[in-house]
Design a protein around this ligand. Structure first.
Ligand code: ISE
Length: 335
């Protein structure tokens, strides 16, 4: 079955998803590109041979020639558009975060529960990244013993002018909240947040350092530094009682010259996680074709859990206190 997909949002991620679907995902057809700017929608549609463009997301979602929806519009539109897709009974791959408000995430969960079936696959693509997959696999095979700590570093080249410490927690860190929770198979019980005092406060994107305590008794630390200057760099190490697993950045070459060996960094997350996005989008199309939710993908419940942690993290940053994390019981649909 060919899956006709509408992409809502033709910005950085919408354009990237359009390219991936058009080039790398057998069985997917790019049916509509929808964006508030008709010109932007047209540019992406032309580059990826989409059949049509639109500026109306709700009308796009309900079209008869659209089987599934990919949401890559601004963060605050994710939950309302996901609810619209659920109301239309259409599977949706929604970029992270599901919402920055736990209540708004719950409204998506309620809509899905009323529908009786999971339709929302959330774009926490790191679960599909081969390095994190191997980390989880090594843990499950007992190669490192009982897990006790996980270290995470997440660095961007330069923060956008509006990027705040709060956004580091609500926009960047949810990737780590989700992937560490996925690898350790646990929820979190508390979060503490620190910022170095030796920072240039006039510059957007101040670094944030978080320590999370899990229900499984592990410590998870996360450095978010959106002004790392030298490249996009994501590192991680899972430490167990008898070993550890570090993730490696995939690089194809090392240049040896003038007594020096050098490797390139990606300028942003798209090349670093290209394989993860590709595998995630293939899994989504298979989900639409078979009705079987991909076993490793994040769902609306996972989106809610990440947002609950982010909300607690913001409180911890603002208050300087360790904040306890709690959420509602897991609805049956997500068990
Ligand atoms: C951005 O919003 C993303 O989602 C990227 O995956 C992440 O690496 C980046 O730090 C975020 O700001």
């Amino acid at each position: 079955m060919t899956v006709r997909i509408a992409i809502i949002g033709a910005g950085i991620m919408g354009a990237d998803h359009a390219r991936i679907l058009a080039q790398d995902v057998p069985g997917a057809v790019l049916q509509v590109v929808c964006d508030a700017s008709q010109d932007r929608a047209r540019a992406v549609a032309d580059a990826c041979s989409a059949a049509d463009v639109s500026t109306d997301p709700l009308a796009t979602i309900s079209r008869d020639d659209v089987d599934a929806v990919l949401i890559a519009s601004p963060d605050d539109t994710h939950a309302p558009l996901a609810r619209a897709a659920i109301a239309a009974g259409k599977p949706v791959l929604c970029e992270k975060p599901l919402s920055q408000s736990p209540e708004d995430c719950l409204s998506v969960i309620e809509a899905e529960t009323a529908h009786g079936q999971r339709l929302v696959q959330l774009g926490f693509m790191r679960r599909f990244d081969p390095s994190y997959r191997e980390m989880k696999d090594a843990l499950l095979r007992g190669l490192i013993g009982k897990p006790i700590m996980m270290h995470n570093f997440h660095r961007n080249v330069e923060a956008l002018p509006n990027f705040t410490g709060k956004m580091a927690i609500t926009n960047s860190a949810p990737h780590e909240f989700d992937v560490a929770r996925f690898i350790l198979d646990t929820d979190y019980r508390a979060i503490s947040v620190f910022q170095p005092s030796a920072i240039n406060t006039a510059k957007a994107g101040a670094p944030v350092f978080m320590v999370l305590e899990t229900d499984g008794g592990q410590l998870v630390n996360i450095e978010i530094n959106n002004n790392a200057a030298y490249g996009y760099d994501v590192r991680g190490e899972l430490v167990g009682e008898s070993g550890s697993v570090e993730i490696n950045t995939p690089v194809h070459t090392r240049v040896n010259s003038a007594m020096t060996a050098s490797e390139r960094y990606a300028p942003d997350w798209r090349p670093r996680f290209a394989e993860a996005y590709r595998l995630q989008n293939i899994a989504f199309v298979r989900f639409v074709q078979t009705g079987i939710f991909p076993d490793i993908a994040s769902d609306a419940w996972d989106g809610y859990c990440a947002t609950v942690v982010a909300a607690a993290g913001v409180k911890a940053l603002e208050s300087g206190q360790r904040i306890l994390i709690s959420h509602i019981g897991k609805p049956k649909l997500y068990a």
